[in-house]
Design a protein around this ligand. Sequence first.
Ligand SMILES: Nc1ncnc2c1ncn2[C@@H]1O[C@H](COP(=O)(O)OP(=O)(O)OP(=O)(O)O)[C@@H](O)[C@H]1O
Ligand SMILES: [Mg+2]
Length: 281
Amino acid sequence: MTPADVSPEQPPPAPPSAEDLARRDERWQIRVRNLHKTFGPQHVLRGVNLDIERGRTNIIIGGSGQGKSVLMKHLMGLLKPDEGQIWVDGEDVVPFDDRQMGVLRRKFGMVFQYAALFDSMNVVENIAFPLIERYKLSRDEIMERVRDLLRRLDLAGVPGIEQKFPPELSGGQRKRVGLARALIDRPEILLYDEPTTGLDPVATKNVDDMIRRTADEFGVTSVVISHDMASTFRIGDRISMLAHGIIIVSGPPAEVLASRRPELREFIETSGLVPREEAQA
Ligand SMILES: Nc1ncnc2c1ncn2[C@@H]1O[C@H](COP(=O)(O)OP(=O)(O)OP(=O)(O)O)[C@@H](O)[C@H]1O
Ligand SMILES: [Mg+2]
């Protein structure tokens, strides 16, 4: 049994040594240890320990305001912790300077919680932005990649989609354009901050399928923040719950479902995922 597979009710394992963490680990692509982050008087992250499994879909759940987005921003260096370590492929990235961070970020694609598109650019320009910034691809190559993603994300059928500007899109369309932009550079690690919030059930399932397909076809490591318990158990290989500034439960879906942690029980029961009696059994 590896440290991260310890069942939720057991005391936390002895932390791996610095040497363990520094080893490029085939199984764990990202390892977070004792991460703390304070904003003014607010101690948001209070010693987060989290392992992200390579090539798998890793889901982070937790109530609103618990620090999920803050945690995710640390993973790709958009925020610096007050204390703690983040190992990506065996390197502690917290001390990285701007240049090293720039290189590191190329491993990542991020789908932000609120799409974060450029309103002054049309759909094609938004999606192609990371490519234009970094590489000298021909216009044809860029358009080929953009159109492939529009098709895969069920956007190709929207009349005039390529020339539309973000304010002219529906919420769900904006979300998928944000997803396309994160995917265009074919990153190794994809971070999704609530990719399905606000989508209807069909669009939710399409985005779920897309996340799974991307993981399976390209071997991408996915980290997905989700409120949606049905999605979580549909696509997750590992599920971790953030509460009170720490990860209180982490493991494969069946193990997490069996956890007795009250915060988790409440989350599962209110989602209607399992009948109340069964949830309490
Ligand atoms: N840049 C910041 N400056 C100050 N406080 C911040 C900042 N970013 C986040 N916070 C605070 O940290 C807490 C956690 O925020 P975060 O966005 O991570 O929550 P969340 O778990 O993603 O919630 P939700 O599910 O609603 O998106 C919040 O109380 C928020 O106000
Ligand atoms: Mg959030």
